[in-house]
Design a protein around this ligand. Structure first.
Ligand code: SF4
Length: 412
């Protein structure tokens, strides 16, 4: 396995601001909207998700706009600069009627400045991504589609409890192209029970065959809890009914999948993300570079910088509580966590080092008033975990990217 191939995902061909510490173009101000409903709950899922036969989507659309007004009243600075990105995530936002998405986006544009070339992403599940729906989203102003394909192997999909067949993802990408989407991302999951190296490689090849601009390939992590309840996978793992592949086997999958994607022109720009030149996710890059994110909806988490650090807001994860608050004119906030400069530094260090373009660790330390990390970086370099570039950025090697969490622990 060689060192990193040219970082094809890094080149910017747009006017998004470039983050000086990582060299990545990224949204600086984004809007995240959580659509919490799904047709069924996947056994590994730890997101804020609700399963309900009749989704109150019209009521939810109005609730989101009410929350927007409340958040703008609480912090007028949100309207000071235009939004660079909007991300409709979930849950399954492709269950949200296109006409309501159009109404929502139009109302946002009426209340907040939004740059004309803003990246507007919608997450879609293959089983609810038919041609009419996708055309409706495109007409509403969505210009990037993120498709939760997860795998092209029926057994892996079954283990993950997914409701779709491999063919559904192919049909959805064709429908997206017909609808005019020229920016499509495909999600894969690695490290699933029963998944072999060859099936992981076939998944990567299956994704490449769809010609996407972007691929995310995350390693399955089994969270103990979701909304105070043990996840199904956590229970199975505890009782021995779920056996995940060994760590070394998963590392081999990551390496092999990286090779397949890079050979197809999808450069690795982040630990788990790959893109054609200039097509990396600007909204996701906002999270990894410490941008401000206004968040709306059930269980949504937002962030903004302050002179002393930052504030992370989290809304109620129960739709009942969320509706009760917004409809009574109250912010549906479960928590507003105040972060110190040191805490923001820790997050930015961990996230910035995920980029293959590297991170100017010393400049980051100075910005947040933290001690120099030069000696620790030299130790990492001596261990072959990364290298310091002439541009001042420290880049993790392939091995360093695999051991990203441990490397960060050594730096903090
Ligand atoms: S579709 Fe996604 S958000 Fe919904 S339950 Fe499955 S993993 Fe969770």
């Amino acid at each position: 396995m060689g060192e990193e191939a040219p970082r094809q995902g890094v080149a910017a061909r747009d006017s998004f601001a470039v983050d000086a510490l990582t060299g990545m173009s990224a949204a600086r101000r984004g809007l995240y909207v959580h659509f919490p409903w799904c047709l069924a709950k996947c056994p590994y899922c730890d997101f804020a998700v609700a399963v309900q036969k009749r989704i109150p989507e019209a009521r939810y659309t109005e609730g989101l706009l009410a929350e927007l007004s409340l958040r703008l009243a609480a912090r007028a600075a949100w309207a000071d600069a235009p939004l660079d990105s909007v991300y409709l995530g979930g849950g399954t936002p492709s269950l949200w009627a296109p006409a309501l998405v159009a109404r929502f986006l139009e109302a946002v544009r009426a209340r907040l400045p939004v740059r004309p070339d803003a990246e507007v992403t919608l997450e879609a599940n293959p089983e609810v991504a038919d041609a009419a729906r996708l055309a409706g989203y495109r007409a509403a102003g969505v210009n990037r589609l993120s498709l939760g394909a997860q795998s092209f192997d029926v057994r892996t999909l079954r283990t993950l409890g997914r409701a779709h067949a491999p063919e559904d993802a192919r049909t959805a990408v064709r429908a997206a192209r017909q609808a005019g989407f020229d920016n499509v991302s495909v999600d894969l999951i690695l490290g699933v029970q029963g998944q072999s190296l060859s099936s992981a490689v076939q998944d990567a090849e299956g994704a490449v065959a769809l010609g996407p601009e972007h691929v995310s390939a995350y390693v399955l992590t089994v969270e103990r809890e979701a909304l105070g309840q043990e996840t199904v996978f956590a229970r199975r793992l505890r009782t021995g009914r779920l056996q995940l592949p060994e760590e070394a086997a998963v590392a081999d999958m990551v390496e092999a999948v990286t090779d397949v994607l890079q050979a197809a022109g999808l450069g690795r720009y982040e630990v788990s993300n790959y893109a054609r030149a200039g097509r990396h996710a600007r909204h996701n890059a906002l999270y990894w570079t410490g941008g401000d994110c206004l968040a709306l909806g059930v269980g949504a988490t937002g962030f903004f910088r302050t002179a002393m650090g930052g504030v992370r807001t989290t809304s109620h994860s129960s739709p009942v509580r969320w509706f009760a608050d917004v409809e009574a004119g109250r912010l549906p906030e479960a928590e507003a966590e105040v972060l110190t400069d040191a805490e923001v530094f820790t997050e930015r260090l961990m996230l910035g080092l995920r980029f293959t373009s590297g991170l100017d660790v010393e400049a980051l330390a100075q910005e947040y008033g933290q001690p120099s990390r030069v000696q620790r970086l030299q130790r990492l370099e001596a261990q072959g975990l990364g290298s310091q570039g002439a541009d001042g950025r420290f880049r993790l090697s392939r091995r360093g990217l695999l051991l990203h969490t441990d490397v960060c622990a050594l730096l903090l």
